[in-house]
Design a protein around this ligand. Structure first.
Ligand SMILES: [Fe+2]
Length: 389
């Protein structure tokens, strides 16, 4: 290590994390500790139907904290949903937000918090460190093992005027408390289990090869990769296996801590573009892109990719770089197919004529800044073409 490297400052941000069975039942106690007088619960209809929202509401009732529930959130949460939630929060006089659900309600809740603290449209806060004031305290309860919005400093919101996803990256959107209860993931449908698990794998891979990686994020990313390699497929085969669900939730949490602090890369830049323009599922887009981006990036971070291959039990010892890249990429493709993620862009409503515009959005995404290999507009178009059919 160079002397100069030793002097590089690194920071690692994380919320207070309570992990384990029954963690979601602590929502009321923690809201009380944070001095809440009235809580906005942000969730979505699927999570309500699964019963997790009512468990959280009961916990608030037990602590005698009044609440109002906002469930007007769809996947790829939209700017107008954030603004509608903020209006409910303001009109009802809520001073703390509890989010229960996957990435969509959690990101929407972060957006509501930003709007509450700063009194402008959520579209005004795109970029890194663009949120001047904190919002109300946030208690997050994830019900998927993948997005990890409960520990990250990222909120991804769809700008429905420009049809792009905007990334709000700020320590102001890190929740105060994450109540991580692996039992909540038992009710996830199979496709969501697979897609969110691949999203978590992309978080781990992208954080590990990021130009902003540090020993702290590397440790979390590698461990997450090992857990996902050992448990994702089995979780989909045995959805009620709580040990597998537990391992996947821990993997998601670790990958979340890694990417929150090391940022992401080309996979997410390109997936955000697809999600913003065509409302496509985030995890599936990531799953399709990862194998191609490994090929593109491999030479620029080959030592790191060899370690990831080892964590996936793809052994590359002494193999030429090109064959290791192919082995790792092939392994990821095989896992994706076994998980039933076999769609291509051409059957997801995307036309080949859309590719230049998609590449333009991805090129401007802040996640591209930490990709280990610099990508041109042309490189990005080529990768979209590879997953087109
Ligand atoms: Fe993601």
């Amino acid at each position: 290590m160079e002397t100069n490297d030793l002097l590089n400052l690194r920071k690692f941000l994380a919320p207070e994390i309570v992990y384990g069975r029954g963690a979601l039942k602590l929502a009321g106690r923690h809201a009380e500790n944070l001095g809440a007088s009235r809580v906005l619960v942000v969730t979505d209809p699927g999570v309500q139907k699964a019963g997790w929202t009512s468990e959280v509401e009961s916990s608030l009732s037990t602590s005698r904290i009044p609440f109002v529930t906002f469930s007007g959130v769809t996947s790829n949460p939209k700017d107008y949903e954030v603004m509608a939630g903020a209006e409910v929060c303001r009109n009802e006089g809520c001073d703390l937000i509890v989010a229960v659900g996957g990435g969509s309600p959690m990101d929407c809740a972060k957006g509501i918090g930003v709007v509450m603290g700063n009194h402008k449209n959520i579209r005004e806060f795109e970029g890194v460190d663009e949120v001047p004031n904190p919002g109300p305290p946030l208690i997050f309860i994830p019900t998927t093992a993948g997005t990890s919005a409960d520990v990250s400093q990222f909120a991804i919101i769809t700008d429905t005027i420009r049809h792009v996803k905007i990334a709000v990256i700020s320590k102001m959107v890190i929740p105060d408390i994450a109540l991580v209860d692996p039992q909540t993931t038992i009710t996830m449908p199979l496709e969501l289990t697979a897609a969110t698990g691949m999203d978590a794998l992309c978080h781990a891979f992208e954080a590990f090869v990021s130009t902003a990686a540090s020993p702290l994020t590397d440790m979390a990313a590698l461990w997450a990769t090992r857990l996902i390699a050992e448990n994702l497929l089995q979780t989909c085969q045995e959805p009620e296996n709580i040990a597998c669900r537990d391992a996947m939730m821990m993997a998601s949490l670790m990958a979340g801590l890694a990417f929150s602090n090391a940022s992401l890369g080309m996979v997410h830049a390109m997936a955000h573009s697809l999600g913003g323009a065509f409302d496509l599922p985030h995890g599936e887009c990531n799953a399709m892109l990862l194998e191609e981006v490994i090929h593109f990036n491999f030479d620029a971070a080959s030592d790191k990719y060899v370690q990831l291959a080892d964590a996936m039990r793809v052994h590359c010892d002494g193999a030429p770089v090109l064959s290791c890249a192919s082995a790792l990429s092939g392994h990821i493709a095989s896992l994706r197919r076994k998980l039933g993620i076999t769609q291509r862009l051409c059957n997801m409503g995307v036309s080949s004529a859309d590719i230049p515009r998609l590449a333009g959005y991805a090129f401007k995404d802040p996640c591209l800044a930490t990709n280990p290999r610099k990508a041109t507009h042309y490189d990005i178009e080529n990768i979209y073409k590879q997953i087109y059919e």
